[in-house]
Design a protein around this ligand. Sequence first.
Ligand code: ZN
Length: 306
Amino acid sequence: MPELPEVETIVRGLDGRVAGDTVESVWIGSRKQPLKSPAGVIARTLEGKRIVRVHRAGKHIVFDLEGESRASQKKKGKRTVGVETRLAAPPSSGEMQTRQSASLQQSAQWVVHLGMTGRMVVSEAAAEIAKHTHLIAKLASGRELRFIDPRMFGKLSVHLQAGGFDPGGVEPLEVSEERFVALFRGRKTPIKSALLNQKLLRGVGNIYADECLFRAGIRPRRRAAAITREQLGSLHRAVQEVLREAISLGGSSISDYVDADGEEGFFQLQHRVYGREGEPCLVCGTAIRRVVLGGRSSHYCTKCQK
Ligand SMILES: [Zn+2]
C-alpha cells in the first residue's frame, strides 16, 4: 500500500509528465466501487480541462484543472463517454473534436486515492490496456492517464472548484512543532494510534509510524498524554526526517514507476524496525519486538524505545 512518500513520488512524476497537458476525453469502466463521484460527472469535469499541476494532499493525488466547462453541453447529442462496459473501445479523438466548446472558464480538482493496489500510469495510447483499468483519460499530447486497481479500494472523485478538496488533518511535512505538540498533548490513546489518526496528521501510515517512533525513542503503546513536550519535539523531527528521506529515495525511482505499465515497486527506505520482528536492532542488537495495536502490527526495540 503506497504511503505518503510513495504518493509524493508518484505525484512528482505525474506533475513532470502531464502538467500543461489537456484531457481530451475520458473513458470510465462499469465498476462503481472506485467512483466517489458519478461517472458522468467525473467525465464531464475532466474533459476539455488543462492539468495545471499535480500535487499531494495526505495520501491523495490531486490534479488541479482549469478550462472551459463542458457541463453545459450535456444535452447536445448523444454522449459516448461516461459509462461503457467494454474496455476495447475508448472514444476516438475525432468524436471529441466535433463538440462545440463552451465559453465558461472553470476550475476543478480531480482527486485519486490509490487504496491498496491502485496505480496511476502515463501510457502511450498504443500500449496494451491492463486488466482492472477503471479509467482512461486521453490527453492532447496523445498519451493517456490510466487508473488501474485490481482490488478496488482506490477512489476517484472530482470537486468543482479550486481548493474544493479537503482531506482533513494537517500535512506532516508542513506542520510546525508547536502545532504538532498541540495535536498530541493530552490524548489518552497510544501514541502510535494517534500518529495513524488521519484527522490529526494526514498521510502517516503504519510503516512510517513505526519508523518515526523508533527514531524518536518512543514505544508505540505509550499514551500520547504521558509523553513529554521534549519527546514530542523529537517525534516531530523524526516524522519529518523519515518522510523526507523516504521521498528523496523515492525520487530516484520516479521514472521506473510512472512509465511502467507497471509492476515496478518503490525504492524503499531501509526499515529499521518495521517488518523486522526477532531481528537485531540496528542500533543496539536487541531483538525487535512486534505487538498488535488497534489491529495493526507495531514493531519496536525494547532498549532503544521507552
Ligand atoms: Zn535498539
